[in-house]
Design a protein around this ligand. Structure first.
Ligand SMILES: *Cc1c(COP(=O)(O)O)cnc(C)c1O
Length: 463
């Protein structure tokens, strides 16, 4: 065992924005050290844990990730929308180092500390709406969603939870029930939590027309969803409607204008808690601090995680004070919830979002990506749709000129891009969506280079 450990132990390397901002391939991908680690992994790590990329990480920062063989990749993934302020951001790294030197943990439920309170104050301030708000902190996105449902049930005294087609809310038992896609998230893991009901979404690229031949716009899609809720559940049974304002895992689906406001209005009129799951779309990612703002909606509760603390595990539920106070005292919590290192990381990350005006930066990235990808779509009929907001942009791939999903092509593009030094992820219910989620610290030069490479891959993969 110890021999194994000594063969390929990764030494810490300095990351952050000081890393050379370049795409650089020194070996084949994966290189020999990554292959060595992959072989050890096969013997040690559950085969049920997957990895999109075959390379092992040594350092990351700015817009690049360097592997253990010295290859430098352009990062269009941000560790799934987490390192929004950049990997190993110096402010975050310093705050965490200071904190862990002072104390690593006390448990907020035992002896509390200021940074937790400060994060709560900031989230109350930043999330949509100027009503009185309160926050509770947790560790993962799924845990935030679970707790938002607990809070809504305690507040309403009702049981039913309404979610949507293509939804992704996590991998715990309740959030598996709330997540739409079976493979791989739910396969073999049932039975799932009861009282979760699924309504149809607004999916402009795939919605088509209704039986009268009218396009299914936002209000029509909302009416369809509300009819499902009223007929199949009964509005008076519903504790919460939970929705991602832009669906993440489901394919970066931006609902048609008017869909979300109509759902909020329905929730309000029926005493239902409206929960926006902003775990992926929050914290400047979409060119607004929260994606709910694009449609001017004010959710009752907002769940956040991913981009909140630059990679340290932290999540939150923030919302109307009277709803947040509904559960019994001691009803919410968790050993690690609001860990002090994660809290100071969040404070530093939020500072970086403000100081670097990352909301504007995400808007610039949207312009660059949509311009380049739109031009590519014009000459390549396999690109069915380019959509998203800010630095959360998707390319939906289809058999040329149809709406038939082409998951195989998405997989090939991502794999070939990796060979050429680009980290790009796939998603979507049909597995046919390339998702671009660069850190907001990436340069225009690197972004353009990444799109050049993707363009080359598309050209090469044409028949
Ligand atoms: C990733 C994600 C989750 C789950 O977060 P974890 O930290 O992986 O538990 C929940 N909701 C949305 C919208 C997500 O993107």
């Amino acid at each position: 065992m110890s021999e194994n450990r000594s063969t390929a132990t990764t030494t810490a390397a300095a990351g952050g924005p000081g890393l050379p901002q370049e795409r650089r391939l020194l070996t084949e991908v994966p290189g020999p050290r990554s292959r060595e680690l992959a072989a050890r992994r096969v013997g040690a790590v559950s085969g049920a844990v997957g990895s999109s990329m075959p390379v092992y990480t040594a350092a990351a920062g700015g817009g690049v990730l360097v592997d253990v063989d010295g290859n430098s990749f352009i990062d269009l993934g941000s560790g799934i929308a987490v390192t929004t302020v950049g990997n190993a951001d110096p402010g975050v790294a310093a705050a965490v180092a200071d904190q862990v030197a002072a104390f690593t943990h006390t448990c907020f439920m035992v002896t509390p500390y200021e940074s937790y309170v400060r994060v709560a104050e900031q989230l109350n301030e930043l999330t949509p709406g100027d009503h009185a708000k309160k926050t509770a902190l947790f560790t993962s996105g799924a845990e935030a969603v679970e707790n938002a449902v607990k809070i809504a049930r305690a507040h309403t005294g009702r049981n039913a939870v309404v979610v949507f087609d293509h939804a992704y809310h996590g991998r715990t038992n309740l959030t598996m029930a709330m997540t739409a896609k079976n493979m791989p998230y739910k396969e073999g893991f049932g039975p799932f939590a009861p009282e979760v009901y699924r309504a149809p979404l607004s999916y402009p690229f795939r919605d088509g027309v209704d039986v009268e031949g009218n396009p299914i716009d936002g209000p029509a899609a909302a009416a369809r969803a509300i009819a499902t809720i009223e007929k199949q559940v009964g509005a008076h049974h519903v504790a919460a409607i939970v929705i991602e304002p832009i669906q993440g895992e489901g394919g970066f689906i931006v609902p048609a204008e008017g869909f979300l406001p109509a759902l909020v209005e329905f929730a309000r009129a029926n005493g239902i808690v409206f929960i926006a799951d902003e775990v992926q779309s929050g914290f400047a990612r979409t060119g607004a601090m929260f994606a709910s703002e694009h449609e001017g909606i004010v959710p009752d509760l907002v769940t956040t995680a991913k981009g909140i603390a630059a990679g340290l595990p932290l999540s939150a539920v923030t919302g109307r004070a009277e709803i947040m106070d509904a559960p019994v005292v001691g009803g919410l919590g968790g050993t690690y919830g609001g860990n002090p290192a994660a809290c100071v990381a969040a404070i530093a990350a939020l500072d970086a979002v403000r100081e670097n005006d990352l909301v504007s930066r995400a808007q610039q990235i949207e312009k660059l990506l949509k311009g380049r990808l739109g031009a590519l779509q014009d000459k390549d009929a396999r690109i069915g749709d380019v959509r998203g907001r800010g630095a959360m942009i998707a390319v939906e791939l289809v058999r040329a000129g149809t709406h038939e999903p082409d998951a195989a092509l998405a997989g090939k593009v991502a794999k070939e891009a990796a060979q050429r030094g680009i980290i790009v992820l796939t998603c979507g219910t049909y597995g046919n969506v390339l998702r671009l989620l660069p850190p907001l610290s990436i340069s225009d030069a690197l972004l353009s280079e990444a799109i050049d490479v993707l363009e080359g891959v598309f050209a090469e993969l044409s028949d």
